[in-house]
Unconditional design. Structure first.
Length: 253
């Protein structure tokens, strides 16, 4: 069956339950829908392990396209023992402890600290090496007739954007979203939270680019961009917390 709808979601960051609810909200049907996930499945949120497991199932069973994000790359490099000292410091400063904790499980009593990273590597590789291989092999972009999907963006200074560096695909910010796209297609991206682009977590429509990171792991929301017949038709939103919890006591972001 030909797929008639594309759904793009980015920056899950361990928010596995929100992703499940968002897919339900969208009425996701693998037979008709092309799901494109724009990276950053780990760190910050409480369930990185569950998020990666869910993404793997979506790729294998539902034909989803999963791209790599900068947090995924850094997690892989830490667990493979390839991270240099600055990467390791950034990993623990930007939600890495939460990712490791989700893999070690609730019975792991010790505090997650950088000094014990070798122990964490061994434990994670002994139980979940397939997760690391999966994240390590993810592609950097996906392209269809009307859109380019990428985690962070495209470097406008590179004439042939497919030849840009891995660091551009995964880390670029202002140099991309503050300048015109030269790729001839609209770029759908995550990485930079929408609230930083227009002071709200809703999808940001920037003409030749669309930012969809709703900042779920920061307490905002997870966004899904729906595309039908080559045009954006709708946006679905899943709050970072359930309605009952929001009503009981809203937390400042």
């Amino acid at each position: 069956m030909k797929k008639t709808r594309t759904l793009a979601i980015s920056d899950i960051h361990g928010c596995a339950e929100q992703l499940k609810r968002l897919l339900d909200r969208c009425g996701f049907d693998a037979n008709r829908d092309q799901l494109v996930l724009l990276g950053d499945y780990v760190d910050r949120g409480p369930r990185s392990r569950q998020a990666v497991a869910l993404v793997r199932r979506l790729v294998k069973a539902s034909g989803a396209i999963a791209l790599q994000g900068n947090h995924d790359r850094r997690f892989v490099r830490v667990i493979q023992g390839k991270a240099h000292p600055e990467e390791l410091r950034n990993f623990f400063e930007k939600g890495g402890a939460e990712a490791i904790g989700s893999y070690l499980g609730p019975n792991y009593k010790s505090k997650i600290v950088p000094e014990r990273v070798a122990e964490y590597r061994a434990r994670i590789l002994s139980c979940c090496a397939e997760h690391i291989r999966f994240l390590d092999r993810l592609q950097y972009y996906y392209e269809d007739d009307g859109f380019i999907y990428v985690h962070a963006g495209l470097n406008p200074d590179i004439r042939n954007w497919r030849q840009q560096s891995v660091m551009d695909y995964l880390f670029i910010r202002e140099a991309f979203y503050k300048h015109p796209v030269t790729a001839g297609k609209t770029v759908i991206f995550g990485h930079t939270k929408a609230i930083e682009l227009h002071n709200k977590p809703d999808v940001w429509f920037g003409g030749d680019k669309i930012g969809i990171d709703g900042g779920c792991s920061y307490g905002y929301q997870l966004n899904a961009l729906e595309i039908v017949d080559g045009a954006v038709s709708r946006v679905y939103v899943e709050p970072a917390v359930t309605e009952s919890r929001q009503t009981a006591g809203r937390r400042s972001p």
